[in-house]
Design a protein around this ligand. Structure first.
Ligand code: MN
Length: 186
């Protein structure tokens, strides 16, 4: 009998990509693992072009229940830009090793982001000590060339409510959307 642990390469976990209109607009990648959400802030957002390398700043793990949050937070307006599942590529060993070695290859089963992606860390850090990883697309049928349109422009709005950041903010302050009264950490 095979028991799949949360560390198993074949174990699919929730995936979220948030769009966060903070001091500076950025995107937040969240990969569910071991009851929490591994987190990277991606200032320029993801790209389907394999030549593009996007800085991805490793952040503290986030609480799983905040994965699908959409609304206004003290740090700014947050949109659920994409969602789905992810799984580690079988070549990659296990997640703990990948995080330690600075190499995670994984498949996204999102509504906007699909196919094989890669997060790598070559030891660079920000002045505050945060690890500067790189997010990039691996070649496959989903990859796009330089000339094609950016997924960020093609599909800018919320995957759950189809709203823009402006609309999320407007609805929030008009009280049309039920507010999440619990504490939120972003
Ligand atoms: Mn953020």
């Amino acid at each position: 009998m095979t028991i799949l642990s949360s560390n198993s390469v074949f174990f699919r976990q929730p995936y979220f990509f948030k769009k966060h209109d903070a001091t500076r607009l950025h995107y937040d990648l969240r990969l569910g693992w071991n009851g929490t959400l591994l987190s990277w802030a991606v200032p320029e957002g993801p790209s389907y072009c394999v030549e593009d390398r996007r800085d991805a700043i490793r952040m503290e793990n986030h609480r799983r229940e905040y994965g699908s949050f959409e609304g206004v937070h003290p740090t700014g307006t947050i949109m659920l830009w994409d969602r789905g599942m992810w799984e580690l590529h079988p070549d990659c060993g296990d997640i703990e090793t990948g995080l330690r070695m600075g190499m995670l290859r994984f498949t996204l089963y999102g509504e906007k982001l699909k196919g094989l992606w890669k997060l790598t860390w070559d030891g660079r850090r920000q002045a505050n000590g945060r690890e500067i990883w790189m997010l990039s697309k691996e070649p496959d049928l989903f990859a796009r060339d330089k000339a094609s349109r950016s997924i960020l422009e093609e599909a800018p709005d919320s995957i759950s409510t189809n709203r823009s950041l402006e609309e999320i903010r407007r609805d929030w302050f008009m009280g049309r959307k039920t507010r999440n009264s619990g504490p939120t950490l972003f």
